[in-house]
Design a protein around this ligand. Structure first.
Ligand code: SAM
Length: 389
């Protein structure tokens, strides 16, 4: 069957791997798009998007995931501060993708708190979503964007329940419309620090490879590069892995553990329950997963995998389901598929202990002992945090 023309367009132009969103989400978004452009077929819309920028932007805005929050993964901002204190100034920083501006605002505040004056740094903040950038340019955030933390009044001015980044810091951020797959972006520029977090997870392999090539091209010697907590392994799996390992950019020596202090707010994206499946028709998710597990235990691994793939396509993203997918793939000896499933589980729930445990085991089996040690340490911290809670 030919792929849907809209999904084919998004795959080619922005690198979207539609599977990363799941069938139900894709169906919902296609339906929304049809309401936005009544009477247009998917083919007609995809063709219009090729030459009409406003149609392209509207299509893109329907499918990107803009979820972000201030000081997401606080450990990375601590690592940034340590790095900035050692590095000659001024510091050039790239935040791509920047969503609604949460990440570049967190960078600006962290650098200032580390003792840098606004003139000591500049941040280029890019995203493909023009609507998100429009919001980002205002530097204004709702309280929920702080995920339970309190906005520091030194850096965020409160007004009408919104919190606006002070002009001295906002003015250090240059917002740009950037498609990370555009081969010409950021030509001639180089950055001491790069934040490229929580985008690779949505991209297909070729797009990931292009992103990694871009990061290599724009990273200054000894640059510090941050990815999302579930993404280093994705880089490792991507085709030019060897090139990345040799590339100049480096990850901080410390692991980049998942959220320790910031509170997560449950959102449909992180929910482990079906989003809108009618409860009376289907047993709850844990029961359905248990049935699949039982099938695997009875020796029907292929049948269990097929049933699980079908289920994953119908429910909201679930860490537990992806973890089970990783277990089944590893039982079948398909380590690449296992790692990729576990990456998704870790992305959905960085604190999911069975996922951390299995990732560590697989990393060790693959001879990646440093990575395994980091995961093990993360697991230990998680267990400690569980006891403290
Ligand atoms: C989940 S947000 C990540 C934001 C932030 N980096 C973070 O980690 O919180 C993903 C962002 O990627 C952007 N995006 C998706 N495809 C893109 C592309 N090809 N080029 C640039 N940005 C893209 C989306 O618009 C969205 O704002």
């Amino acid at each position: 069957m030919n792929p849907d023309p809209i999904l084919a367009l998004l795959k080619r132009r922005i690198g979207l791997d539609a599977e990363s969103l799941g069938t139900r989400v894709i169906e919902d978004r296609l339906a929304d798009l049809a309401r936005h452009f009544p009477g247009s077929s998917h083919l007609a819309l995809a063709m219009a998007a090729e030459h009409d920028r406003s149609v392209f932007d509207a299509v893109v805005a329907h499918f990107v995931v803009n979820e972000s929050w201030l000081f997401r993964t606080p450990e990375q901002f601590e690592a940034l501060q340590k790095f900035a204190r050692r590095r000659p100034l001024p510091l050039n920083v790239l935040s791509l993708p920047a969503a609604h501006g949460e990440e570049p605002a967190s960078i600006a505040v962290s650098l200032h708190e580390a003792g840098l004056q606004p003139a000591d740094f500049r941040i280029v903040a890019g995203d493909i979503d023009v609507d998100a950038l429009r919001v980002a340019r205002c530097g204004r955030f709702p309280l929920s964007a702080f995920r339970g933390g309190r906005p520091d009044p030194r850096w965020f001015a409160a007004h009408d329940g919104q919190y606006t980044l002070v002009p001295s810091l906002l003015s250090r951020i240059e917002f740009r419309e950037l498609n990370i797959l555009d081969p010409d972006i950021l030509k001639g520029e180089s950055f001491d620090v790069i934040f490229c977090r929580n985008l690779l997870i949505y991209l297909h392999d070729d797009a990931r490879a292009q992103v990694l090539a871009l990061l290599r091209r724009v990273a200054a010697p000894d640059a510090l590069v941050f990815t999302g907590t579930a993404e280093p392994q994705l880089q490792f799996n991507a085709k030019p892995a060897a090139a990345v390992a040799e590339a100049r950019p480096r990850q901080p020596k410390e692991p980049m553990p998942a959220l320790r202090t910031a509170k997560r707010i449950a959102t449909p994206q992180h929910s482990t329950q079906p989003m809108s499946a009618p409860a009376h028709e289907e047993p709850p998710l844990p029961a359905r997963l248990a049935q699949i597990e039982q099938r695997a235990n009875q020796g029907d691994l292929a049948g269990a995998c097929a049933a699980l793939d079908d289920l994953i396509g119908k429910i909201a993203p679930s860490a537990t389901a992806w973890y089970l997918r990783g277990v089944l793939a590893s039982a079948q000896g398909d380590l690449a598929a296992a790692e990729s499933a576990l990456d998704r589980a870790a992305y959905l729930d960085p604190a999911h202990q069975p996922t951390l445990r299995l990732r560590a085991e697989l990393a060790r089996r693959g001879g990646h002992h440093d990575h395994a040690d980091r995961l093990q340490a993360q697991l230990k911290r998680r267990r400690g945090a569980g006891r403290d809670a």
